[in-house]
Structure formats: C-alpha cells, structure tokens
Design a protein around this ligand. Structure first.
Ligand code: ZN
Length: 179
C-alpha cells in the first residue's frame, strides 16, 4: 500500500475522510507491516510539509485513529522518540484554556484563533500495541487537541474565530505550527 500520499484538502463531499469519524485500529493490526508502513507513510508526508508539526491519518485519506508529531514540534526534547499515537484518548485536560493561533495542512490557506486547554494527557498505543500515557503542555497539548479533532471529523475552522484567508503562500507560511 502506498501511503505516501499528498495531503488531502477539505471539500464539501460528505464522504470526505476529514469529515468522518475514523475507525479504531484493531488488535490484530498492531505489529503488522501494513500498520508500520502506514505510520512511516504519514511521517514521510508530514516531513515534506516544511511548516507541518503533526498529521492525522484522515489527512492522507486513511480513516484510522492515528496521528504522528514531527520532531520539529519538540526540538528541545530531542530525546523523545518519534511520536506516534494510535487509538488516542484524551484522559485529562487543564481547566485553563488559552487562545492559540492555529492553521491546518488540510485547510490551506486559512489561519485563525482557537481556544485550547493549556495541558492535556493522552493515552494511546504504539505500533506494537503497547499502551502508554503522555502528558504535555504548550504546543504538544495543542497538537493533541487538534489531531484528535481530526479523528472525529472536526476541523479548527468549525470552532475557530478571526479566521483569515491568506492570499500568498509566503505570507501564510510566516505563521508557525500548522497541523
Ligand atoms: Zn489539521
């Protein structure tokens, strides 16, 4: 399966994977070459987007509950292994919310403001099916919320405000942290 696909854009079709609740990865899929290839394909697709910090499987038209985070998002914690989250669930969030600037690889070239919890803890599985828990604040917590929204067919433009459409790619790319 070639999963190194171009990132799909939102459109009005009802069957758009970006508007579908993605399926959980099944027990017998963990540890398989197919799942490993899919995750690698997602990491390759993400690496090609110079402003991209994270990617969910529905963004490459695979309706499965998986997202990956680019090392670009956590350079200061470089000891972390490549971050892959399968069947993620948010277990805890801070009461505190913060306005964030947000963009999406699947909603070019719009940028806007969203309110996100400042910290979040996610439980998920790695490709081998090992369960882990990951707590983070700042950009990583923000990414957790944006990506899990993707797995539920939600886009930041659904709840964001001050949405601005950029005319030029350069102007838009001056923004940071698109996921
Ligand atoms: Zn996105």
């Amino acid at each position: 399966m070639n999963t190194d696909k171009i990132i799909i854009q939102i459109n009005k079709r009802k069957d758009n994977p970006l508007r579908t609740i993605a399926s959980a990865v099944k027990k017998n899929e963990f540890g398989t070459e197919e799942l490993k290839n899919l995750v690698e394909g997602m990491q390759t697709s993400l690496a090609k987007e110079e402003d991209g910090v994270a990617l969910a499987a529905p963004q490459i038209a695979i309706s499965k509950r998986i997202f990956v985070i680019s090392p670009k998002a956590y350079e200061e914690n470089a000891k972390w292994k490549p971050l892959v989250f399968i069947n993620p669930e948010i277990k805890k969030v801070s009461k505190k919310v913060q306005e964030m600037q947000e963009g999406c690889l699947s909603v070019r070239w719009i940028y806007g403001t969203t309110e996100r919890h400042t910290s979040a803890t996610v439980e998920a599985y790695d490709v081998m099916g090992n369960k882990f828990s990951f707590g983070a604040s700042g950009l990583i917590a923000h990414i957790f919320q944006h990506e899990i929204d993707h797995l539920d067919g939600v886009l930041f433009i659904d709840h964001g405000y001050n949405l601005e459409e950029y005319k030029s790619e350069e102007e838009y790319k001056a923004k940071k942290g698109i996921n």
